[in-house]
Design a protein around this ligand. Structure first.
Ligand SMILES: *Cc1c(COP(=O)(O)O)cnc(C)c1O
Length: 374
């Protein structure tokens, strides 16, 4: 079965990890710092904090923004559940705004319609690797006294109006799961423009430990002393994983290039085919295509999906609208709330997309899908 996504691991990646296993620091060592510096350089120079997953990154981001009961977080239903659930875990109320009909990205007009004086965060998702419209979302957030969060789990390595992902929202979260644009096994990162938010994010993922003597409230202990001002968790990424991440970062530009070649090959093949719709792209965005989301028209999505799977092509669907999950539905969120997202969901299939996919693999997917729809 051809998977829909998978990692690319080189001999250099393996060597980089082995070298750390033979060294002194398996965790909390210099490779964590080096990886965070490299992520920061990729992301506009803002401080980066590495962590154990993209979900952990979202939890840390909402903690760093001090989201809690009484706050509203406006987000998109066309995402993985964690974008919303991590804010719900903090006690915030989740408000879903619909997506644009063509890109499946959070629609600024829909956001504008639901923002209130309790809105604390507008959380966009760079669905499929295409950045959301951050300039417009930031202007809405600024007027509302809210912050922007970019869930960049799909878009690491991409650009918007010439600026890199990580330099677009107030806070950006990344995932380094094996199917994502680069991997550390499990892993993620938070990038924050405000150094005070970045410091809170760091302390939250590090058990809440305060280690700067200038901030101590207990001042008469000794050189061993560290203290806790706010509760935290342990979401630290290891030096072992960071070594893989550093090695993968060197390959990221090559991964992104291969992903756009695959996208172009699919686009060219499917544009003339009736009954399928290719992904939309804004001219001011350079996506880092994580998914190839093709749309199957005429109510035939399930039939085509099953046909592809039967032919050994491991397709996926991204995503069921988040508020359809029973955890939201049972809390009163109603189907029909975001019609564009629901229509998109009904039509979407994610085709195989990863750097080691060959042109012959792509052509097999193209031929199989074209035969199925005709
Ligand atoms: C993968 C993903 C996450 C979660 O990342 P994990 O590393 O799997 O925890 C969050 N948001 C989106 C949009 C994702 O695709």
């Amino acid at each position: 079965m051809l998977p829909y996504g998978r990692q690319s691991i080189s001999d250099e990646d393996v060597e980089a990890v082995a070298a750390i296993l033979r060294g002194d620091w398996l965790t909390t060592g210099p490779t964590v710092t080096a990886f965070e510096t490299a992520v920061s350089e990729l992301a506009g120079g803002h401080r980066a904090v590495s962590c154990t997953s993209g979900t952990a990154a979202l939890h840390m981001a909402y903690a760093g923004l001090r989201i809690g009961p009484g706050d509203e977080v406006v987000t998109t239903p066309m995402t993985f559940v964690a974008t919303a659930s991590c804010a719900a875990i903090m006690g915030a109320e989740i408000v879903f705004a619909d997506v644009e009909e063509d890109t499946a990205l959070l629609d600024p007009a829909a956001v504008e319609a639901v923002v209130t004086d309790r809105t604390k965060v507008i959380a966009a998702v760079d669905y499929a690797g295409h950045a959301a419209d951050y300039d417009t979302l930031q202007a809405i957030a600024d007027r509302a006294g809210a912050k922007t969060l970019g869930d960049a789990a799909h878009s690491v390595g991409g650009f918007y109006k010439g600026r890199p992902v990580g330099d677009l929202a107030d806070v950006t979260t990344m995932s380094f799961f094996p199917t994502k644009n680069l991997t550390t096994g499990e892993g993620g990162a938070v990038v924050a423009k405000d150094p005070a938010v970045a410091q809170r994010v760091h302390e939250f993922h590090f058990i809440g430990l305060v280690r700067d003597p200038a901030r101590f409230q207990i001042t008469d202990e000794g050189p061993w002393h560290q203290e806790v001002h706010e509760f935290g968790v342990n979401y630290r990424l290891t030096d072992v994983a960071c070594a893989l991440g550093l090695s993968q970062l060197k390959r990221l530009a090559g991964f992104t290039k291969r992903r756009s070649e695959i996208t172009a090959r699919y686009n060219e093949a499917f544009e003339p085919v009736d009954g399928v719709r290719t992904p939309a792209q804004r001219d001011y965005v350079d996506p880092a295509w994580h998914l190839y989301p093709v749309r199957i028209l005429g109510g035939r999505r399930r039939e085509i999906f099953e046909g592809l799977r039967a032919a050994g092509i491991g397709v996926q669907v991204n995503y069921i609208p988040v508020y359809w999950h029973p955890v939201f539905a049972n809390a009163g969120y109603k189907r029909g709330m975001c019609p564009n997202a629901e229509q998109y969901y009904r039509e979407e299939i994610s085709l195989p997309m990863y750097p080691d996919l060959t042109d012959a693999d792509v052509d097999r997917v193209i031929e199989t899908l074209t035969n199925l729809v005709s």
